[in-house]
Design a protein around this ligand. Structure first.
Ligand code: MRU
Length: 350
């Protein structure tokens, strides 16, 4: 693999949150400078920036931005106002726990420092520092997951993936796709089957774009083709990401993941989830209470403004599903390949 520059999926630039607009890929590489909380929330909602770790980093930067823009007289009153903006950011999308986790992390730094007597100006600096730490950590997490996951792949093999879990979905190299990048970097010869990922085509538009950019051979397939792929070709592993993992291992990820997991089990193909611990929500015993985002039916009924279903027909458009833990062979995190019950405190750091 050529030593590719890490994608600048989300960055801080002089008071603005700069994102690579993923709605325009693969046709155009356009960056958006998001100047207000409302602009960041809109970008997250319409998937201009997407993928669980990437929206976490974006959310943290949005809180730092709100902190820089909001004025106040006393620290507690000021934090309460920042916290109100933070709440709006955290609620932009409900399923990926990384968003709430990152936003809460920045807000709690503010309360702790205010408790030690810090003034508003220094709190504004601390908010940005914490958001930048979250971004930097995300880069390191991708590398650690890549190293642990690459060991699961053979010297030469074929992998199926769903949705986009690469550099576009994180601040670093990626989760599931990051494992492929690392394996190929180590000299392994990996062919990737990329589910197109209806209805917004993250697989066809984004995963195929990232793989092509890295010179890794791949084929896009319709989501419904996985069973026939497993039936007709030897597939070594399925690698997917996660938006939220419950304490028992139930895993929310892009709609269609459950179908892949069921079919993988039927054909005895190992099915791995690759996700940083920031995607784990150990406060939930199992996946039953994970909120599943339902999106605009129009996403299913038309593509880029061109209607594909008859006028007047309705659609059901859940953005995620939950794969029961029993269908997952292992969870690749920055700590290694884990299985429930997941340890609360890290044994080794990334
Ligand atoms: O709706 P999206 O595109 O944000 O959904 C993204 C996914 O489901 C990814 O698989 C998940 O966030 C893991 S990404 C590292």
């Amino acid at each position: 693999v050529p030593d590719l520059e890490i994608l600048e999926t989300v960055r801080w630039r002089d008071g603005v949150v700069r994102i690579l607009d993923q709605t325009r890929l693969p046709a155009e590489e356009v960056y958006l400078d998001l100047a207000t909380t409302a602009e960041v929330v809109d970008a997250i909602r319409r998937l201009a920036v997407r993928g669980a770790p990437a929206i976490g980093v974006t959310g943290a930067l949005a809180v730092a931005q709100a902190a820089a823009q909001i004025g106040g007289h006393s620290a507690p009153e000021w934090i309460a106002r920042v916290q109100e903006s933070a709440r709006v950011v955290a609620e932009a999308r409900p399923t990926a726990v990384n968003l709430r986790w990152a936003v809460d992390r920045v807000v709690s730094v503010l309360w702790r420092a205010a408790g030690r007597g810090a003034g508003i100006e220094s709190l504004q600096g601390l908010a940005l520092d914490e958001a930048q730490v979250i971004l930097a950590e995300d880069l390191a997490l991708s590398a650690a997951m890549g190293r642990h996951g690459a060991q699961l792949l053979p010297e030469e093999g074929r992998v199926l993936t769903h949705c986009n879990t690469g550099g576009l979905a994180t601040a670093g190299g990626g989760t599931a796709l990051g494992v492929v990048f690392e394996a190929v970097r180590q000299g392994k010869r990996i062919f990737v089957y990329a589910d197109e990922t209806r209805p917004l085509l993250q697989g066809a538009r984004l995963t195929a774009w990232e793989l092509q950019r890295a010179g890794i051979p791949c084929a896009v397939l319709c989501d419904g083709a996985a069973a026939w792929l497993f039936r007709t070709s030897p597939i070594d592993a399925v690698l997917v990401g996660a938006d939220r993992v419950a304490a028992n291992g139930d895993t929310a990820n892009k709609i269609g993941t459950l179908s892949v997991a069921l079919v993988a089990r039927a054909f005895k193909v190992p099915f791995f989830v690759v996700a940083p611990r920031s995607s784990f929500d150990l406060s939930l015993a199992d996946g039953r209470v994970i909120a599943i985002e339902e999106r605009d039916p129009e996403e299913v009924l038309s593509w880029q403004g061109v209607r594909s279903a008859p006028e007047g027909v309705d659609a059901w458009n859940p953005a995620f599903d939950i794969t029961p833990a029993g269908l997952v062979s292992g969870w690749v995190t920055e700590r290694g390949v884990e299985r429930p019950p997941f340890a609360e405190t890290p044994e080794t750091e990334a």
